[in-house]
Design a protein around this ligand. Structure first.
Ligand SMILES: *[C@@H]1O[C@H](CO)[C@@H](O)[C@H](O)[C@H]1NC(C)=O
Ligand SMILES: *[C@@H]1O[C@H](CO)[C@@H](O)[C@H](O)[C@H]1NC(C)=O
Ligand SMILES: *[C@@H]1O[C@H](CO)[C@@H](O)[C@H](O)[C@H]1NC(C)=O
Ligand SMILES: *[C@@H]1O[C@H](CO)[C@@H](O)[C@H](O)[C@H]1NC(C)=O
Ligand SMILES: *[C@@H]1O[C@H](CO)[C@@H](O)[C@H](O)[C@H]1NC(C)=O
Ligand SMILES: *[C@@H]1O[C@H](CO)[C@@H](O)[C@H](O)[C@H]1NC(C)=O
Ligand SMILES: *[C@@H]1O[C@H](CO)[C@@H](O)[C@H](O)[C@H]1NC(C)=O
Ligand SMILES: *[C@@H]1O[C@H](CO)[C@@H](O)[C@H](O)[C@H]1NC(C)=O
Length: 287
């Protein structure tokens, strides 16, 4: 009797176990079929990501604006099969990253490349770009007006180039930016008020430029800022630092070499920044 019950029990469990196994197998078959069918849209026969033709043309146009590329950073950016490793699939090009499902270009990472030239306006066609890093090259102006385009851009790094105009107005419309670095260029004129509209910024680097005038109060709108670098702005006088006490998330503040001689309440303002852990105020003519 006991044996029979035990057997029944076992049979019951075995059936159930078999049922679960079948479900799992079925689920995994369905998963692979859907995965392959969605992969087919964005990948070629070899499994490489296929890039979007419009974006490929935008990149080729970007390349056509580069006068010097001594390290051959863009040598893979070509249709010609003669070049080793060349492919027309722009997602395979050096410095280019695409979304691995959609094939849209999301990242352009070309820092430290000794590239010399202008920035092509064709970049407006990289609609899904989130990360643009052209730092430490020899790019010069004028920067094209990327008005209302590149709305996905989160990270813009133009540090260490030779831009010598005023900060372009389209920056004020890039309200999703988290990271903006324009340091170590020759940007002139004022630090514009419209920087105050880029309220999602976590990092803002403006150091070592040729700005004149004074700091706009509107920087006090950047309440998410965690790091701010305004060092080495030699023709620049900061008369009022009240806006700074609005930046309650600020962890790092670098102002060395920028005169604070006229900002007489700087002690109170700095003391109000409770999260500050890195502070650099050397050669600031503190009074
Ligand atoms: C696709 O990208 C995601 C996120 O970037 C990553 O986690 C994933 O491993 C990638 N898949 C393939 C097949 O490269
Ligand atoms: C963007 O791409 C379209 C073709 O899709 C082209 O006609 C247009 O000139 C491109 N824009 C720029 C600024 O290169
Ligand atoms: C870009 O915006 C500026 C300032 O808002 C404006 O003067 C210019 O005409 C705009 N350009 C385009 C192409 O929309
Ligand atoms: C900016 O640099 C270019 C050379 O790249 C030069 O011709 C131009 O005069 C400079 N403009 C200013 C305002 O210095
Ligand atoms: C700064 O914020 C105030 C309100 O908080 C707003 O009225 C003003 O337009 C903002 N300025 C900029 C440049 O975004
Ligand atoms: C600072 O201003 C003076 C006079 O306006 C000018 O001669 C000098 O070139 C400026 N220096 C910088 C670094 O902009
Ligand atoms: C700042 O420089 C620009 C030209 O570069 C000049 O037109 C303007 O008068 C200067 N402003 C100040 C306050 O020196
Ligand atoms: C500080 O931020 C508030 C909003 O959080 C804004 O209304 C005010 O204008 C800012 N003050 C300055 C000096 O920017």
């Amino acid at each position: 009797m006991a044996k029979q019950i035990l057997y029944k029990h076992f049979a019951h469990h075995a059936t159930f176990f078999f049922f679960i196994c079948s479900l799992l197998v079925l689920a995994s078959i369905m998963k692979t079929t859907t995965a392959t069918s969605s992969r087919h849209q964005a990948r070629d026969e070899a499994g490489d990501l296929k890039c979007i033709e419009k974006e490929r043309q935008a990149l080729l146009h970007f390349k056509s604006y580069i006068r010097q590329d001594p390290d051959g950073r863009l040598s893979t950016w070509t249709d010609e099969k003669k070049v080793e490793e060349a492919t027309s699939e722009c997602c395979e090009w050096s410095g280019v990253t695409c979304n691995n499902k959609t094939g849209h270009v999301t990242t352009l990472q070309l820092s430290n490349g000794y590239l010399e030239g202008k920035i092509s306006p064709s970049l407006v066609n990289l609609t899904y770009l989130t990360h643009l890093d052209l730092s430490w090259n020899h790019f010069h102006g004028p920067i094209p007006m990327f008005n209302g385009s590149m709305t996905q851009l989160r990270h813009l790094n133009l540090q260490g180039n030779v831009f010598n105009e005023t900060i372009p107005m389209f920056i004020g419309s890039m309200t999703h930016l988290r990271f903006l670095d324009l340091s170590f260029n020759h940007f002139t004129g004022n630090i514009p008020l419209f920087i105050g509209s880029v309220t999602q910024l976590r990092y803002l680097g403006l150091y070592l430029n040729d700005f004149n005038g004074t700091i706009p109060m509107e920087l006090g709108n950047l309440t998410n800022l965690q790091e701010l670098s305004l060092r080495g702005l030699s023709n620049f006088t900061i008369e009022n630092l009240n806006w700074l006490s609005n930046l309650s998330h600020l962890k790092s503040l670098y102002m060395d070499g920028t005169s604070l001689a006229k900002a007489n309440n700087w002690v109170n303002v700095i003391q109000s920044l409770k999260k500050l852990s890195d502070l650099s105020l050397s050669r600031c003519d503190l009074s």
